[in-house]
Write a protein that binds this ligand. Structure first.
Ligand code: GLU
Length: 410
């Protein structure tokens, strides 16, 4: 099943329960546009590098298009469109005044130099600067991109349109970035987990977590959860996996990763095959890497009682049904990882106001947004006896649908 078909499946299930007419479903599902551009650069060795860049703008009735840029060999039109629609539902679930977009370049940043990455980024902005902007479409980091890439985007965009910090979020602190943005997705994952646990009369301290992916999202989530007394018993990344039933020493693991670029070989735990992480012994499983990793095949063997989707679209529809039947609670991506775009919203507001907020203020506001969104979807899920994912989609589709019809004058 393609990424688009998978996200469409979740949408359609919720839309049918809402008795939404077919034509409105089509209206809400169809992206406004997808732009595909050539991104050719000179590589460091003097040869030509051919890449393709994408930007899918899915919906903008609730506010400017918003969403990350992913640098990964898998990036294509299908991925951009699927992930852009997830952004539309995500911004609606946490009720920030944005629509949804996503894009990226089909390059592998791990094999490229900083200079090559900079050239690819600036070339991409030269190709798309006319369709992005502070009130039009605001990119942000995603897999394979970071604050430095956002700085290049701001710099290149500003050459065409004048000084414009609000054109992109997730920028460095020294270049109009926001306090708390880098760790925001991981922090939001923690707040989301806490909200659910509180309803179950449980707490983070002592719970065993397994985390797939130790990039920006997974590593900050691990650190923040461990600070609250959670035990991170297994972690994997592209280089391998480690486990320690007593709980990994996360500050030491972070030092190891800063040195070696992988969790593999960490001495504070024992190595394990990375593909066993999803089915390892734990209370909470956090997929924080690529999409489509929880499948019909492994869903049967997941031992966690709770899955918190820090990644976008980590669970296929078939796997989702299996988890639901097995009574495994899933905190869905469009809620669980919305902390990133929420603090992106705070960054954008600060940029537009030329004003800086304090970190504590940002974290409080983030917690408030995550708590309010949880209250809404948890209440609906409980009343209707449906999953949190379906409830989140119903809330999002309702908000986007009403805005869309107002904007059309219908
Ligand atoms: N790429 C992140 C996401 O998937 C953040 C998007 C943003 O901040 O605009 O939610």
């Amino acid at each position: 099943m393609s990424a688009t078909d998978a996200t469409r499946w979740f949408f359609t299930r919720a839309a049918r329960r809402m008795d939404l007419a077919e034509r409105i479903q089509t209206l809400l599902l169809t992206p406004s546009r997808t732009v595909k551009v050539e991104v050719a650069i000179e590589l460091d060795n003097g040869e030509l590098g051919n890449f393709t860049g994408y930007r899918c703008q899915h919906a903008n009735d609730r506010g400017p298009y918003k969403g990350g840029l992913r640098y990964h060999p898998q990036v294509d039109e299908d991925h951009a469109e699927a992930l852009a629609s997830l952004m539309t539902w995500k911004t609606a679930v946490v009720d920030v005044p944005f629509g949804g977009a996503k894009g990226g370049i089909n390059c592998d940043p791990r094999t490229m130099s900083q200079k090559e990455l900079e050239r690819v980024t600036r070339r991409f902005v030269q190709q798309i600067h006319d369709i992005i902007g502070p009130q039009v479409d605001i990119p942000a980091p995603d897999m394979g991109t970071n604050a430095t890439v956002m700085a290049w985007i701001m710099s290149e965009y500003s050459k065409f349109h004048g000084f414009s910090p609000a054109v992109v979020t997730g920028k460095p602190l020294d270049l109009h970035g926001s306090a708390g943005r880098e760790e925001a997705t991981g922090r939001g994952v923690m707040y989301a987990t806490e909200e659910l646990l509180r309803r179950q009369g449980r707490q983070l301290a002592g719970l065993r977590f397994a985390i797939q992916g130790f990039g920006n999202v997974g590593s900050h989530a691990a650190r923040l959860l461990a600070e609250q007394g959670a035990r991170i018993v297994a972690v994997s990344d592209i280089g391998g996996a480690v486990r320690n039933p007593e709980g990994l020493d996360i500050p030491r693991l972070l030092e190891h990763v800063a040195r070696t670029r992988s969790v593999a070989g960490f001495e504070g735990g024992e190595p394990m095959p990375a593909d066993e992480l999803l089915v390892s012994e734990c209370d909470v499983l956090i997929p924080a890497a690529l999409g489509g990793v929880i499948t019909r095949e492994n869903a049967q063997h997941i031992r966690a009682g709770l899955v918190v989707e820090a990644a976008n679209a980590p669970t296929t529809p078939e796997a989702d049904e299996i988890l639901e039947k097995r009574g495994i609670v899933v905190l869905p991506d469009i809620y669980a990882n919305a902390g990133g775009v929420t603090v992106s919203y705070f960054e954008w507001v600060q940029n537009l106001q030329n004003f800086r907020w304090e970190l504590d203020d940002i974290n409080d506001k983030l917690r408030g947004r995550m708590a309010a969104a949880f209250e809404t979807i948890y209440g609906l899920a409980t009343r209707k006896k449906i999953s949190l994912r379906e409830a989140a989609y119903i809330v999002a589709i309702g908000r986007v649908g009403r805005a869309t019809l107002y904007m059309m004058g219908m």
